[in-house]
Each structure stands twice: as structure tokens, then as C-alpha cells.
Design a protein around this ligand. Sequence first.
Ligand code: PXP
Length: 240
Amino acid sequence: MPQRLGVNVDHVATLRQARRTTYPDPVTAAAIAELAGAAQITIHLREDRRHIQERDLRVLRQTVQTLLNLEMAATPEMVKMAYEHKPDMVTLVPERREEVTTEGGLDVNAQKDTIQKIVKNLKDGDIITSLFIDPDVDQVKASHKVSADRIELHTGRYCEARTEKDRQREFNRIVDASKTAGKLGLGCAAGHGLHYENVRAIAKLPEIDELNIGHAIVARAVMVGFDRAVREMVEILRNP
Ligand code: PXP
């Protein structure tokens, strides 16, 4: 089974917010992505609202035909937001105002009680709950302990590795973490920094069933169009 592609449309909103216009609309991008084979639409509603706005979440909840995955900080305000809009899935991510993008995974052990409470809360609302963590076996085990349904492995360090040796080491961490998730019965996704080349090795890992990819797809869409950019990624996941 090919991995499912979640298309992250945040950066369509980044372009819109750069001029505070009404275009390009992430809602339109999401519809094109779905028609081109995306299995999921992913958005991150950040505290500073630098790209996705509440309006996008509201409209996407009404228009997404596949699954809507909301990435959000593990805070009571965001849990309220999730209850109000009912995405199909929530991915809890760490969030720091000054970061350019999500820099590391959640430290599940360090915030065990808070995360456990939020996971339970979301699951009680019939929302699938995933934790965005570094590819670290202890973090996978901690995610299982707090009863998350799924995890998403942070592929940033693998993608940013400068040498083959570093890349291989980071890749091995992803392999080990995904195997542990498989053994524990945790659903396993991966994402961050993946592009049309470095995705191939990740797309071959059997325990990973979903990839969330944003920047590379939106960047390619600027050149070749959104439909083609998504289709090309879907094709790679079919034949990595
Ligand atoms: N998955 C998660 C949890 C993320 O926070 C992000 C970035 O918003 C992505 C996937 C997509 O990363 P990229 O834009 O680098 O493909």
C-alpha cells in the first residue's frame, strides 16, 4: 500500500498573508490537491496566525472531502478550537513564536500529564490524535503511554543532513522509531522538510502510512501548477 499523502497548504496562506489579500486561497489549493490525489489536507493554526486563519479552518472543515488534519499547540485554547471545528485528526506540535517553522518534536515525557489530558480530551471528542515527535524510540514509547492514536516522526534532521554519514544516521533513527511504533500498534506518519528527492527513502518504509508535505509542494506549484506538483508527489509515493 502506498503511503497516504497529506498536503500541507500553510504556505499558500503565507503568500496571501504577505499582502493581506484574499488570494491565493488555501481552500482552493486544498480542493485541487484532493482532485490530484491527496488523501489528507494538513494545516497548522499557529498562535500568531502568521499563515492559516480561523476562517480557513472553518471553511476547510466544510469543504475538505478527504481528511482534515489540524496541527496545533497543546494548549487549552487550541483544544477549544478543535472542539469547535472538529477536524478529523489533530497533530499536537510544539510551538515557539520566534521559530521560522516547527523546529523539533514534542517532548512527551517532559509534559506527560498535560499531553495525556489533552489526548484524552480530543479522543473523547472523536478526534484522532497524533503527536509530532523526534524519531526517538523513548518518545515513541512515551506517546504510546499517553494513549495517542498515532505519531508523526519529525524528518527535519534527516532532510537537513549535510553528509551521507549524517543522513544515514538520521535515517536509521527514523527506521528504528517507525519499527517501535509498528510493534506498539501506533499509527505512524512522517514529515517536515521532505522534497521530491529525499522523500523516496522514507516512502519505502513499511511502518509509515502517511506523509505530510507542504513547502516543497507549494514551491513546485509556483513553477508547474498545484495539480501537477501534487500528482508528481503522489506518483513518487506509488513508485518510490
Ligand atoms: N508535519 C508537521 C507536524 C509540520 O509542522 C510541518 C510544517 O508545518 C509539516 C509536516 C510540513 O513540513 P514542510 O512544509 O517542510 O513539508
